[in-house]
Design a protein around this ligand. Structure first.
Ligand code: ADP
Ligand code: MG
Length: 227
């Protein structure tokens, strides 16, 4: 079976006032369905840039990305938006929950763009139960702790059954004990859902939970030997 995610010699250059900035200089790797990888590396090394490309939020300058045997950057803007909504889930360092919406409504948001899933509410409740928030459905984000908000963000990222779950420093704003719980949840839930997972993290404890650990170094991705 071909890999779920195939990254071939991806380069990313940003134009800046002091000339072009080469952030990624040839990143290649692949992941099979259900596999998980952590990406580490110093601040400013290009981790978020890489994740944004994998999430199809930004096109690479060079190289090819294949997700589910499709090159998303060959799709029209409309088809790409639908592809992203259906196939990719995101968890960021900031929860990005809508403050005026309840927990349940926040989890259902990604289903609004692609109606037709009549089991949306049932799945949302099941996911919120799985992340330990069954009794918080009507709460607003402001009424939750930081760890609870990230658990809502994880449920929201999974609502459309994405093939690929991307998490950019998902525990970066949490205290150590809470970070550990959210990390455990991520590593368990991607397996239960069969979702391929990539987590950017500075935490060696979190990285160790995943079968592969990479580091962004000089614009390339290398296997992390020690961390
Ligand atoms: P990390 O997530 O590893 O901290 P980033 O991917 O956010 O790093 O950024 C990598 C480098 O690319 C940084 O030097 C940053 O300033 C630069 N960069 C990121 N986005 C842009 C942009 N849109 N324009 C110019 N430079 C950018
Ligand atoms: Mg970053």
């Amino acid at each position: 079976m071909p890999p779920l995610l195939q990254v071939e010699s991806i380069e990313k250059q940003f134009p800046t006032r002091s000339g072009p900035l080469d952030v990624l200089r040839g990143v290649s790797f692949s992941l099979d369905t259900g596999q998980a990888a952590a990406i580490m590396g110093p601040s400013g090394s290009g981790k978020s840039t890489l994740l944004n490309i994998l999430g199809t939020l930004e096109a690479p300058t060079k190289g090819r990305l294949m997700i589910d045997q499709r090159n998303p950057f060959e799709l029209s803007e409309k088809d790409l938006a639908q592809f992203r909504n259906q196939r990719i889930g995101f968890v960021f360092q900031e929860h990005h929950l809508l403050p005026q919406c309840s927990v349940l409504e926040n989890v259902l948001l990604p289903t609004l763009a692609s109606p037709g899933h009549d089991d949306g509410t049932r799945r949302a409740k099941k996911l919120l139960d799985r992340v330990g928030l069954a009794d918080r459905l009507d709460h607003r984000p402001a009424e939750l702790s930081g760890g609870e908000r990230q658990r809502v963000a994880i449920a929201r990222a999974l609502i459309n059954r994405p093939a690929l779950l991307l998490a950019d420093e998902p525990t970066g704003n949490l205290d150590r004990a809470t970070a550990d719980k959210v990390g455990t949840l991520l590593s368990e839930i991607h397996r239960e859902e069969g979702t391929t997972l990539i987590v950017v993290t500075h935490s060696p404890e979190l990285a160790r939970r995943f079968e592969r650990v990479y580091r962004v170094e000089d614009g390339t991705l290398v296997a992390a030997e020690e961390f």
